[in-house]
Design a protein. Structure first.
Length: 100
């Protein structure tokens, strides 16, 4: 293996949080290792969760007049958070319930 190839392999394994050996084992089993999302991703999701909580409080304060509008907005927001999370972490790899 060329030095350049070894470095590229190491980078791919690092992005997945795996050793090179485990990365190669997964490839040999036909599993494509998943890369971790960028480091800021979890922080951004936490920020989105905070915004969601504020929206929920605003919905409670709004009374009956805007309740349905806020509820629909919150549902749409939660769906967006869920989709982003699934794309970044995969369906089973991340406890989305902690964020919603």
């Amino acid at each position: 293996m060329l030095h350049k190839e070894k470095e590229a392999l190491q980078k791919k394994a690092d992005r997945c949080g795996l050793s090179v050996s485990e990365y190669l084992r997964q490839l040999a089993r036909g599993v494509k290792p998943k890369e971790f999302p960028p480091g800021d991703y979890a922080r951004i999701l936490q920020e989105m969760k905070s915004i969601n909580e504020k929206l929920f409080r605003m919905m409670e304060w709004s009374g009956d007049a805007l309740y349905d509008d806020f509820l629909q907005l919150i549902k749409s927001y939660n769906i967006a958070i869920g989709e982003l999370t699934k794309r970044a972490y995969g369906d089973e790899d991340f406890p989305i319930e902690e964020l919603l």
